[in-house]
Design a protein around this ligand. Structure first.
Ligand code: AMP
Length: 573
């Protein structure tokens, strides 16, 4: 669905600035349809599945309504679980990052009440909570409902399923009658309908219609991949079947920039397109892509619009789209003009439910694939070299190097050894040394619920996932290590390495050296950034001393180097 830009939805500049920082390029359909009426003060019923961007659809108007100078609750968001309350509150903080004085607090059961009491007493303006604990605060007098301007029910159907009907009734009845209410639910059922009748004020209904589509000439599969291993898995897939042209879709500009940088560091002919790229640059990139000088184009949905190139062999959903229709558009870029194409998606944790809604939307089951091992990639690369070699031999188009080869033979090397050494050299020169990844183990996928229109899993499974997902991919999207020094991902330590681009060092060589020399286990390396005279590598805290000990005598490109915990630009010289 084509949506207008965020700037046309009537949002204040502070929120637009935060959206820009997050790299959201355009609103998802539920956002585009909910934000304008909500800003006008209307009640709303939003029917939309998990993963459609509904959190921002209600958080943005809620923040727009809120006065940060007033130290009392003005917005109440009800969520079914503690995990969801925490996640929503995180999104509130991200979207409200440019609103100094904003105080939002999550309030849920199973946690000590003191801190919550303090946050409420200290003037929280936005409260996100589970119905039971909130009612507790209401009864104790610690939550003042009298000046609430907006109430949001997130996953109303699920709160009812979980037996929160009475708590919700009591809470909503305690709010001022002239407040605005936004109801969000994945499904409409009699319980939800009763709530809307009782507590809504002629709400506008926003439903994201999902027309089923099929995409038949495209082979669709997905891999379970953690955020930090995406580039490694991408490289392995690209190396197994080098495409002539491929497109990698990301959801944000930042993701496009990071992915492109990582691919270029690994030696791929990649370039990028997103909303901040000038028209002139865009044309240059597209020309190079058409000519094949750029083999891999990394793009956002908006930037790839209108791109009409037929020979694309593979499309990656590096980030799964929030709108299933975008999935269809994305993968429709391949498999054109009678050719077959391939679409590969990266999915992790809770995103599996988004993949399932895509499957229902397209009425097509997407096959799960196992990540190829480093050995498989190596074997495949050797096969490709031998295929080329055979073709070259058959064509007769090669120089003989007779004298040099004779000299080697005279020194006692056999023809087989000479050929083997040559192939190894070719492989090393063209190759990318793989790093290990956590996803090599069997991942879990919730049981598929056939013929079930409701996307969501049974409650216990969901709960497990919420718990596991507390610090899962959602978190990683926003807390990825920034470009240079401002800190590494949670649990990772950034190491300084005294060699960089001017020494001819490539990221893949650092990866290879670290796994070889330091014997790191699967899945542990984080981001690698190359600078002219040094590089920075994110390593899990627990392996820092192992890495520093074992690489003392190691060399990169034949040079010794220094490796140390990075202490920022001042110390690096
Ligand atoms: P939700 O349905 O609210 O759980 O959102 C699903 C995911 O999409 C979250 O990780 C959001 O941060 C992300 N998201 C929400 N809106 C957008 C947008 N307009 N563009 C890109 N990503 C978004």
């Amino acid at each position: 669905m084509d949506t207008p830009p965020f700037s046309e939805l009537g949002l204040p500049a502070t929120l637009l600035a935060a959206i820009e920082t997050l790299g959201y390029e355009r609103p998802s359909p539920i956002q585009a349809m909910s934000i304008p009426p909500a800003l006008l003060g209307k009640d709303l019923v939003g029917l939309s599945a998990t993963g459609s961007g509904k959190t921002a659809a209600f958080t943005l108007p809620a923040l727009a309504k809120l006065d940060v100078k007033l130290p009392f609750p003005q917005v109440l968001i009800l969520c079914p679980t503690r995990e969801l309350a925490v996640q929503v509150c995180e999104e509130v903080h991200r979207l409200g990052a440019k609103m100094p004085g904003l105080q939002a607090t999550p309030v849920y059961g199973g946690a000590p009440i003191d801190r919550q009491l303090r946050a409420l007493r200290n003037g929280a303006q936005l409260v996100v909570g589970t119905p039971g604990r909130l009612l507790d605060h209401l009864r104790r007098g610690s939550f003042d409902p009298s000046r609430i301007k907006m109430a949001v029910l997130d996953e109303a159907d699920r709160m009812l399923d979980m037996g929160f009907k009475d708590e919700m009734d009591e809470l909503l009845a305690a709010l001022p009658a002239d407040r605005q209410t936004l109801f969000f639910s994945a499904t409409m059922n009699p319980g939800v309908s009763r709530l809307i009748q009782k507590f809504g004020n002629s709400p506008e209904i926003v439903e994201i219609q999902q027309k089923a589509r099929t995409v038949s000439t495209v082979d669709q599969s997905y891999f379970e991949v953690r955020q930090r291993s995406k580039v490694e898995v991408l490289s392995r897939i690209l190396d197994m079947n080098p495409p002539r042209l491929g497109i990698i879709f990301c959801n944000t500009k930042r993701s496009v920039d990071e992915c492109t940088e990582d691919l270029v560091n690994r030696g791929y002919a990649a370039d990028r397109l997103h909303g901040d790229i000038t028209q002139q640059m865009r044309e240059r990139v597209l020309k190079r892509f058409r000519e094949g000088a750029v083999e891999i184009l990394v793009a956002t949905d908006v930037a790839a619009r209108g791109l009409d190139i037929e020979e694309i062999d593979i499309v990656f959903n590096y980030d799964l789209p929030t709108d299933p229709e975008d999935y269809v558009h994305r993968i429709g870029r391949t498999g054109r003009a009678g050719r077959t194409g391939r679409a590969v998606s990266f999915v992790y944790g809770r995103e599996i439910y988004r993949m399932q809604s895509i499957e229902r939307y397209t009425r097509h089951v997407v096959r799960r694939e196992r990540i190829p091992s480093v050995e498989q990639v190596e074997g495949r690369r050797a096969d490709l070299i031998f295929d080329d070699l055979k073709e070259r031999l058959e064509s007769g188009k090669f120089d003989s190097y007779q004298d040099s080869i004779d000299r080697l033979l005279e020194q006692g090397h056999t023809p087989t050894d000479i050929a083997g050494a040559l192939v190894t050299m070719i492989r090393e020169a063209s190759g990318r040394e793989g790093s290990a990844i956590e996803e090599d183990r069997e991942p879990e996928r919730p049981a598929r619920r056939e013929n079930n229109r409701d996307a969501r899993p049974p409650r216990d499974v969901r709960h497990e996932n919420h718990q596991r997902d507390d610090r899962g991919p959602r978190q990683e999207r926003f807390e990825r290590a920034p470009r240079d020094t401002q800190g590494s991902e949670a649990g990772m330590t950034r190491l300084f390495l005294s060699l960089g681009k001017t020494h001819g060092v490539m990221a893949k060589e650092i990866v290879g050296m670290l796994y070889r020399e330091a014997g790191l286990p699967d899945g542990c390396l984080g981001r690698i950034s190359l600078f002219p005279k040094h590089s920075l590598v994110d390593v899990p805290e627990q392996f820092v001393s192992q890495v520093m000990d074992r690489t003392k005598t190691a060399r990169l490109r034949g040079r010794p180097f220094r490796m140390d915990v990075d202490r920022g630009p001042g110390d690096r010289a």
